[in-house]
Design a binder for this molecule. Structure first.
Ligand code: F6R
Length: 268
């Protein structure tokens, strides 16, 4: 795992967008794993800007989202399909047939989960998975006590997650109680993952996820097992980490990060 600390939420999201753009340039057939949530909005703004200003090409790329609420059709403004259309898909040249989210209104949810896993396999697995982190330490909707080898399945949301997402639904009681989510095991199979966390309210859980012991109670700790996981944070989210000097040294000195150390110039 490596931790990259940026000065503010904009810079952190911009770095993530640059990582995605670089991977997409290197492999136009990229299979991209996507997350929703407030933190990711800036990343998608960055990718849309790169598409408009630098012709970043999504035409051959495919996407798989982490999760979808059970019971919300794609027409519902709170569905994650709607979120993705709003924030990314309709603004770039991606083929809608190559965009995948679990169907939260499938008649047979168990079958839907199996089919989702199979579809990921059919596309050759996920090359780059974007992740946020919930206040309960979830990645996707892998709530506390998610098995570290879990696969795509229906998961009941914890009170912490219901509270976290209440504002978007106009009250906690309106948040769906269940979601289909890729499992922790599904996520760990991606070739590379990038987790973005910003803001002081993520500092505590982020420190436990990165520097604490691996535990099914905090599914993000499973990322410590991943061979190629980058955690990008702003100063506020980094404020409870203990090894910050070491993390900063790596970003400032390792050749891998050279091109990301200077702000991107227009047209780059
Ligand atoms: C959403 C998802 C969640 C969010 C997490 C952070 O698809 O998978 O794990 O990434 O809840 O959400 P925000 O960014 O709204 O704090």
């Amino acid at each position: 795992m490596e931790v990259i600390i940026q000065s503010n939420p904009e810079a952190a999201a911009d770095l993530v967008a640059r990582i995605v753009a670089r991977e997409l340039h290197a492999n136009p057939h990229l299979v991209l794993g996507l997350a929703t949530g407030r933190t990711m909005e800036r990343v998608y703004q960055g990718l849309v800007a790169k598409h408009r200003e630098q012709q970043l090409d999504f035409s051959l790329c495919s996407t798989f989202n982490l999760d979808e609420y059970v019971g919300l059709p794609s027409s519902n403004p709170n569905s994650y399909r709607h979120y993705m259309d709003q924030h990314l898909f309709r603004h770039v040249n991606i083929d809608p047939r190559n965009t995948h989210l679990p169907n939260g209104v499938a008649e047979d949810l168990e079958r839907e989960c199996e089919l989702y896993e199979r579809a990921i396999q059919r596309f050759g697995g996920i090359d780059l998975q974007l992740l946020g982190i919930g206040k309960a330490g979830h990645i996707g909707f892998n709530e506390p006590l998610s098995a570290l080898r879990s696969r795509t399945r229906v998961k009941a949301l914890t009170p912490i997650t219901l509270a976290q997402n209440a504002a978007l639904f106009g009250g906690e009681e309106k948040v769906p109680r269940r979601a289909i989510t890729m499992g922790v095991g599904t996520i760990l199979e991606c070739r590379r993952c990038v987790l973005l966390a910003t803001g002081a309210d993520k500092a505590e859980i982020l420190a436990r996820a990165v520097e604490g012991p691996i535990s099914g109670m905090i599914s993000a700790t499973a990322l410590q097992l991943h061979p190629r996981c980058t955690v990008v944070v702003d100063e506020a989210a980094a404020s409870k980490l203990t090894e910050v000097e070491y993390y900063r040294w790596i970003f400032e000195n390792e050749p891998e990060w050279r091109e990301f150390r200077t702000p991107q110039q227009p047209g780059q």
